[in-house]
Design a protein around this ligand. Structure first.
Ligand SMILES: C[S@@+](CC[C@H](N)C(=O)[O-])C[C@H]1O[C@@H](n2cnc3c(N)ncnc32)[C@H](O)[C@@H]1O
Length: 216
């Protein structure tokens, strides 16, 4: 009851009550919160599936009254779909329509590396949740993070699997923890929430973004 009231107050009525078959689950509050607080002009997500993360970012943009999310996913079997995979393309369209956010979310039905070849927009919020192999997540970082704006944020999902090896969902080919740990060790600031399989935020500038102007 209380949490329903809070959802109404913060403007994400019932998105989290829908069954998106997503491991992100309530970890999506973070994306919604970033969408509201960053007030991003351009958001990119890699890996949409049925659209939980897209709906939460889209809802934030709708409440902001501005911004666009480019939601990249081929919507075909990739090896990183949920086990009960169905036609995620038509389900995602239906979910965006259901929450009235279609005009804030552009579905880009393709692989991230194809889209990255010609990508030229500055990105304020980048969510990486597509190909979870080490090579896949590394490629997404290398292609898209150079486009992230000065105070822009990159969010990775599935970063703490190494601490949950006894889970029935554990996969030995999950490369996200190893890659994000490499970023941390090489000097990127990484803040991690160990819930919902791990959600990590990174500013793609070594050492972080200076908070005092270098001109002063
Ligand atoms: C874990 S699901 C994404 C979950 C989604 N973010 C949510 O909130 O429910 C992973 C998705 O990544 C997609 N995918 C896999 N490889 C990809 C790639 N190279 N580019 C874009 N999407 C990819 C799959 O089709 C799948 O739908």
């Amino acid at each position: 009851m209380f949490s329903n009231l809070v959802r109404k107050l913060v403007g994400i009525p019932s998105i989290l009550d829908c069954n998106f078959a997503s491991g992100l689950d309530a970890g999506g509050y973070l994306l919604y919160g970033l969408g509201r607080s960053l007030r991003p002009k351009v958001c990119v997500e890699i890996g949409s599936a049925r659209g939980l993360s897209a709906c939460l970012i889209g809802q934030a943009l709708k409440e902001n009254g501005s911004g666009k999310l480019y939601a990249i996913d081929p919507h075909e079997p990739t090896g990183w779909n949920d086990g009960n995979s169905v036609d995620s393309y038509s389900l995602m369209i239906a979910n965006l329509e259901r929450f009235g956010i279609s005009s804030y979310v552009e579905i880009v039905r393709d692989y991230s590396t194809n889209i990255g070849k010609t990508w030229d927009k500055e990105i304020d919020l980048l969510f990486i949740d597509g190909d979870h192999s080490y090579e896949g997540v590394k490629a997404d970082w290398e292609v898209f993070s150079p486009h992230v704006s000065k105070f822009g944020i990159v969010v990775f999902h599935d970063t703490t699997w190494d601490f949950h090896r006894d889970s029935k969902w554990f996969r030995s080919d999950m490369g996200v923890p190893k890659f994000v740990e490499e970023l941390r060790v090489s000097g990127y600031q990484v803040i991690t929430i160990d819930q919902y399989c791990g959600i990590s935020m990174v500013q793609p500038k070594l050492g972080g973004v200076p908070l005092v102007s270098e001109d002063n």
